[in-house]
Design a binder for this molecule. Structure first.
Ligand code: PEP
Ligand code: MG
Length: 879
């Protein structure tokens, strides 16, 4: 027998064992330790799941024996036996991942009920109806989850019986009815399994554990993990816990509560409960539950104890808790506690309040903020002055505004959402199977389900606006219509959801830019006090630069000048420059472009005065400014066929000839960046002059200008930089000499090709600074086209875990990251004070930021809306 330990009894665990026992297992063990009433239990470790996964689904040696022994101990402690005809033990078998994945994996309740034990349960509790209700629930849940019997088989039988009895609710069925239902369910199950239905509870327990293991790999769990960057290798624990019954009548209940409001962060009682129900009824959103405050009247003693426990657990964990509870015949049990999922606004408020309450330090508060989540705060909200009337109102389950076309199933939402179309997913209730649609939809609207339904919890975690339980809306998923009063919305009609008020509008409402609140300002200032990395923005116009500054950017790390060449009104001059037959003609065309570039730079420099701005000289290949080869060929053909003559045809032919001349099979590896400047030195000359003139104009006008940093792209050879530096320097000095003024400026380079990193010491001889272009560096180091990859194999690489993350999104630390580290080290071996930054997309990714901090970069530069995220991430990197 193997020595490995796969089972921990309730009293063996604690909060520190989360990676082994999962969040739920560690949570109940900790509650038990501090004296909170929890049902007795034992936990199968995540290691058992991982070993099973890695072993083709085969359990590791000893696991079955250890489960049997764990069960025997639980039986001993509770004085009950699984499936016995006297004092039977019933258990729940629940998943419990290390990072919570609400509703994504499987759970089986009431295991242990059987023909032998059902009457014993009825007699013990003096409630025959309850016992048969447990039994039919068990067959239904076990049948679906473990044996994969389609849910509708059971649902149809239940509906038929209710119809037959002339009743509407499950609770209106009598004991006799439920007994009959159990017989029908068993027939259904047996038929579905060709007579193989297992009725032995011990066998059922093993199968249930296995089903929970397997559910780690079900599609919705996969999708959820990918969306939340949870490694697939972690596996889930399985918790086997004595059942306590919330469905034993009017003195029993089950519910979910949060110690603070997870939408706003306010310190207020938040939760829901259902009398005479079992746990899944609340979170699955099938019955719309009652607000927690009403429990005070119905079950006063349990309510008071619950409120005390909530407070105690929040103090204990020093964070907002999300708890599940059951009241059995007036007695309270806690089934789970975890740090509650919350919106970004709530995260900031809770962290800020906990500091004021003296519960945590400022540093701890910063660690409570998930930087990527702040993205939510930076999205637009509904203009409060819209003056429109809502067509329906539901529960404000997850705040934010969503405008989109209604769709009625998750697959359509996923398909259209992935194409970038704005859709609102409308469902009677969402189930975890809808997760792929939820991720890409703008928002979610459901007719059923409460504030703590899985749909609501998942939506809040993602910052996805959600209006839940909108009673009064009618959904026909087959005919694809949503009926609200008189209004009928067909698939494709536009609605607006306000997840903060629960209101639904039958049209697209105007949105206003995000409003940054006081909690945000307070915490981001703490972050600034802690971080070492500077945070700049990538911006190439006045508006973006102003936004970036407003969001706290300390400069521009990348101003891409090609966008200025692409504006429609400039293209004629740009094309003249490209079509020029000699340097004189080219210089003449560039002289036309210069004032336009200067105007752009003046805008940016005005927005950023007092701060550094890195202007990168022209990067893309020239053909990008010309018409497409195929289109131009067709145009020439068309003109020829039409018998056109004269300048029109000549122009078209001349352009075609030029397009052909500049055409490259691999333009990304072609004549771009510094290579272009080497061929046409008039271009960097013009750009350097425009930069200087703009900087001086802003200085004259505003009394202050920016720290000018001129950057040469796509350098691979030190000679390239040496040549370009001389050209740029000569132009700058010439401009300054003409005006008799001085200006602080530096000339540096992008390090974005592997060779540049390898010879960074040689390149550093000619550079005042380095900025790592990790987009091109990823493209060229891994050899994946940045423009095509996501359409092809890269997506399946991520799906199949060949790669854990898309390397264009989060830096490939082992490969590309090492080139960055080497570039910094080699550069500073020549110039110890060499300023090094990063300006690829990775500059706004929290995980990459942590890496950049570790290799000693001076700053990261990212898009304006990611600046706050980067400020937090940079703080966390040092904490
Ligand atoms: C880069 O390559 O990382 C970079 C910032 O430059 P661009 O994205 O403009 O190629
Ligand atoms: Mg680049």
């Amino acid at each position: 027998m193997s020595d490995d330990r796969y089972i921990y009894d309730l009293s063996d665990g604690d909060a520190s064992m989360k990676s082994l026992l999962g969040g739920k297992g560690a949570g109940v063990a900790e509650m038990n330790k501090v004296g909170v009433p929890v049902p007795d239990a034992f936990t199968v470790t995540t290691t058992a799941c991982v070993e099973t996964m890695n072993n083709g689904g085969q359990w590791p040696e000893g696991l079955a024996d250890q489960i049997a022994a764990g069960l025997a101990r639980l039986e001993e402690r509770t004085g009950r036996r699984l499936g016995a005809s006297e004092k039977p033990l019933l258990v729940s078998v629940r998943s419990g991942a290390v990072f919570s994945m609400p509703g994504m994996m499987d759970t089986i309740l009431n295991l242990g009920i059987s023909d032998d034990s059902v009457m014993a349960l009825a007699e013990e509790f003096g409630n025959e109806r309850f016992a048969w209700d447990c039994y039919r629930r068990f067959i239904q849940m076990y049948g679906e989850v473990v044996e994969s019997i389609p849910a509708h088989a059971f649902e149809d039988a239940l509906t038929a019986l209710k119809h037959d009895r002339g009743v509407e609710n499950d609770t209106d069925l009598s004991a006799e009815d439920l007994k009959q239902l159990v017989a029908t369910f068993k027939e259904i199950a047996n038929e579905a399994l060709g007579g193989e239905w297992t009725s032995d509870p011990h066998e059922q327990l093993n199968r249930a554990v296995n089903a929970v293991f397997k559910s780690w790999q079900n599609p919705r769990a996969e999708v959820y993990r990918r969306a939340n960057n949870i490694p697939a290798s972690l596996g889930t624990a399985v918790n086997i816990m004595q059942m306590v019954f919330g469905n034993r009548g009017e003195t029993s209940a089950t519910g979910v509560c949060f110690t603070r409001n997870p939408s706003t962060g306010e310190r207020a009682l938040y939760g829901e409960f259902l009398v005479n129900a079992q746990g899944e009824d609340v979170v699955a959103g099938i019955r719309t539950p009652r607000p927690l405050a009403e429990m005070e009247e119905v079950l006063p003693e349990a309510y008071r104890q619950l409120v005390d426990t909530m407070h105690k657990m929040e103090q204990h964990y020093k964070d907002m808790q999300d708890m599940e509870f059951t009241v059995e015949d007036g007695k309270l049990y806690l089934l789970q506690t975890r740090n509650g999922k919350r919106t970004a606004a709530a995260a900031l408020k809770v962290a800020s309040d906990l500091v004021d309450e003296g519960v945590i330090t400022k540093e701890e508060a910063l660690l409570r903020i998930e930087p990527a989540q702040l993205d939510q705060l930076l999205h637009p909200a509904i203009d409060p002055n819209h003056g429109k009337t809502a067509v329906a109102t539901g529960l404000p389950a997850s705040p934010g505004a969503a405008v989109g076309e209604v769709v009625f199933d998750a697959d359509t939402a996923a398909e259209r959402g992935e194409r970038g179309e704005a859709v609102v997913l409308v469902r009677f209730e969402t189930t975890p199977d809808d997760i792929h649609g939820v991720i890409v939809a703008q928002g979610i609207l459901t007719a059923h389900g409460g504030m703590t339904s899985h749909a609501a919890v998942v939506a809040r975690g993602m910052g996805k606006p959600c209006v839940a339980g909108a009673a009064g809306i009618k959904i026909d998923p087959v005919g694809k219509t949503l009926t609200i009063g008189e209004h009928v919305f067909n698939e494709g009609d536009v609605v607006t959801l306000d997840g903060s008020t629960g209101k639904v509008y039958g049209e697209a409402l105007d949105l206003i830019p995000p409003q940054i609140n006081d909690d945000f300002t307070r915490l981001v200032e703490w972050a600034d006090g802690v971080r070492r990395l500077g945070v700049r923005a990538n911006a190439d116009n006045f508006e973006d630069a102003s936004k970036a500054r407003e969001l706290g950017a300390e400069g521009i790390g990348l101003c891409r000048t090609e966008h200025m060449f692409m504006a429609q009104d400039r293209l004629p001059a740009v094309r003249k420059m490209i079509l020029a037959e000699n340097p004189e003609q080219r210089s003449a065309a560039l002289a036309e472009i210069l004032p336009m570039q200067q105007t752009d730079f003046e805008g940016i420099f005005t927005a950023m005065k007092g701060l550094p701005v890195t202007v990168r000289l022209l990067d893309p290949p020239l053909h990008e400014f010309l018409p497409n080869l195929v289109e131009q060929s067709l145009l020439v053909q068309k003109l020829e066929l039409q018998g056109a003559e004269g300048p029109e045809l000549n122009d078209a032919r001349q352009t075609l000839a030029q397009v052909k001349k500049l055409h490259e099979l691999n333009p990304m590896l072609g004549t771009r960046g510094v290579r272009l400047a080497m061929l046409y030195p008039e271009i960097p000359d013009m750009q350097a002059r425009a930069i200087v003139r703009a900087a001086l104009a802003v200085l004259d006008r505003e009394g202050e200008t920016v720290g000018v940093e001129i950057m040469i792209p796509l350098v691979a050879l030190s000679q390239e930089l040496e040549t370009q530096r001389a050209i740029v320097k000569a132009a700058v000095e010439d401009e300054l000499a003409k005006t008799g003024k001085t200006l602080d400026y530096t000339i540096g380079t992008m390090i974005e090709l592997p060779r540049a990193a390898l010879v960074a010491d040689q390149i550093a001889e000619h550079a005042d600074f380095f900025s790592f272009g990790t987009n091109d560096m990823t493209q060229t180091a891994i050899g994946i086209s940045r423009d095509d990859a996501e359409n092809g194999f890269l997506t399946s690489y991520v799906m199949d875990h060949v790669l854990e993350r898309n390397p264009f999104e989060s830096i490939d630390v082992d490969g590309v990251g090492q080139l960055v580290a080497m570039g910094v080290e080699k550069g500073r071996s020549v110039k110890p004070e060499l300023k090094c930054g990063v300006c690829g997309e990775h500059g706004g990714d929290p995980d990459s930021i942590e890496f950049f901090n570790s290799v000693g970069l001076n700053y990261v530069s990212c898009s304006p809306f990611r600046v706050p995220i980067a400020r937090f991430a940079a703080a966390r990197a040092v904490l």
